[in-house]
Design a protein around this ligand. Structure first.
Ligand code: FEO
Length: 402
């Protein structure tokens, strides 16, 4: 008996996506402790049939069972490719082999991707920005959303029903465990995983996300069908506002302290700063060991909180390598609206302090004046500086001069 668990969304639309609980790292980098869904939709235009986005090829067998179920013996006429990343397209060549007559509907920028990844050059219909294409008795209008999250990305909108097929936008990590609709799920988990997905995968293109939100803002959207995570048919403003908040980089009044520490001395500095912040009434404080916390979570929390304090020992007259890696990544994240402080440990030769300060100065964030460079174990003088740094951060968060 084939595994056919398609979900009817409307009379003309079925969910035929799959869950992935076996991949450890999305893009071979980002942890998937609770998996991920690759959403695909069967759009029935009456006299024509259409698939909207596909799934990762590893699940092709389950995907084909679902597609076969909803086709009910009819041919597949169209495949909409809104986004070329292989988590949504690596099954498209197989689909074409099984349905050689089906046409691929996509953006012009997707053409080289289809050729380079799948040697597909024939049977492709290019749609432009704002162009409407008839799928039998129904119609889809396409809007280009470049860099959300690749250059060729577009979304599809059915004006008649107000359904938006948003590809990566409004999606998140995490499988769909039973229900596919957000209104049938406690979305606390998806909120965290949507933030992690956004900040890890899409965040650096936030200017383009803001542009896309403005472009789509004029549409009468009644349902959002993303390529990951739940389908939104109620309380759509919630997920749109979350995306707006993240892409506009409206940070929260909290502090992320990330430290590296080989023998616990630099960790003591982090703890002392954390205590000083708490004494000043800051309620959201996260202290993370850079060696043990995955980069994925550090990016997510750094994006979320306005306050960022980084500290590590000198290692071979430079930055402690895990901190050097974090800083390299943060440089590319293009984060805004942050306040930064730094601390370092001289270790046996010093050097980390200069590189941390350089990062802070070049970051474009508000830089706190107190700099801490402890020699080995933090003594009274160092702890006083920690208190000072905590006070400066708290005052800056409250918008006061210290
Ligand atoms: Fe879900 Fe950018 O791919």
């Amino acid at each position: 008996m084939p595994n056919t668990r398609t979900v009817k969304i409307t009379e003309h639309l079925h969910y035929i996506g799959v869950n992935d609980r076996y991949t450890h790292l999305f893009e071979s980098m980002w942890p998937l402790p609770d998996g991920i869904s690759y959403n695909s939709y069967f759009f029935d235009g009456g006299s024509k049939t259409c698939l909207i986005d596909c799934v990762k090829v590893h699940s092709i067998s389950e995907f084909m069972d679902k597609l076969t179920e909803v086709l009910k013996g009819r041919p597949l006429d169209y495949v909409v490719v809104n986004h070329m990343e292989p988590d949504h397209t690596s099954s498209v060549r197989t689909i074409r082999e099984l349905f050689p007559e089906c046409k691929i509907i996509t953006s012009k920028k997707a053409l080289p991707f289809l050729k380079n990844y799948y040697e597909l050059e024939e049977g492709i219909i290019v749609v432009g920005d704002g162009e409407t294409f008839q799928i039998g008795e129904r119609a889809l209008t396409f809007y280009q959303t470049p860099m959300v999250h690749w250059p060729e990305s577009q979304v599809a909108f059915e004006e008649e029903t107000g359904i938006l097929f948003s590809q990566d936008a409004f999606g998140g990590f995490g499988t769909l465990d039973g229900a596919i609709f957000a209104d049938q799920i406690n979305t606390d988990f998806y909120e965290d995983e949507t933030i992690r997905y956004y900040t890890n995968i899409v965040g650096k293109y936030s200017i383009q996300v803001q542009r896309a939100l403005k472009k789509l803002g004029g549409l009468d959207i009644k349902m959002i069908c993303p390529d990951h995570g739940p389908v939104w048919r109620e309380n759509i403003e919630w997920i749109v506002n979350l995306y707006d908040q993240l892409s506009a980089q409206r940070t929260k009044d909290g502090v992320l302290i990330v430290y590296g520490s080989m023998y616990g001395n630099t960790e003591m500095v982090a703890e002392a700063i954390g205590r000083a912040l708490a004494a000043e009434g800051i309620k959201e404080i996260r202290i993370r060991d850079v060696s043990k916390t995955h980069l994925s979570n550090l990016i997510s929390e750094a994006w979320t909180y306005k306050g960022l304090i980084l500290g590590c020992p000198t290692y071979n007259v430079g930055l402690f390598p895990p901190m050097a890696n974090l800083i390299q990544v943060l440089k590319k994240q293009k984060m805004k609206n942050h306040i930064i402080g730094t601390f370092s440990n001289y270790s046996w030769g010093g050097g980390a302090e200069k590189l941390l300060d350089q990062f802070a100065e070049e970051s474009g964030y508000q830089v706190l004046p107190t700099q801490i460079n402890v020699k080995g174990h933090p003594g009274e003088e160092c702890l006083n500086l920690c208190e000072q740094l905590g006070k400066e951060m708290a005052a800056a968060l409250k918008g006061q001069d210290n």
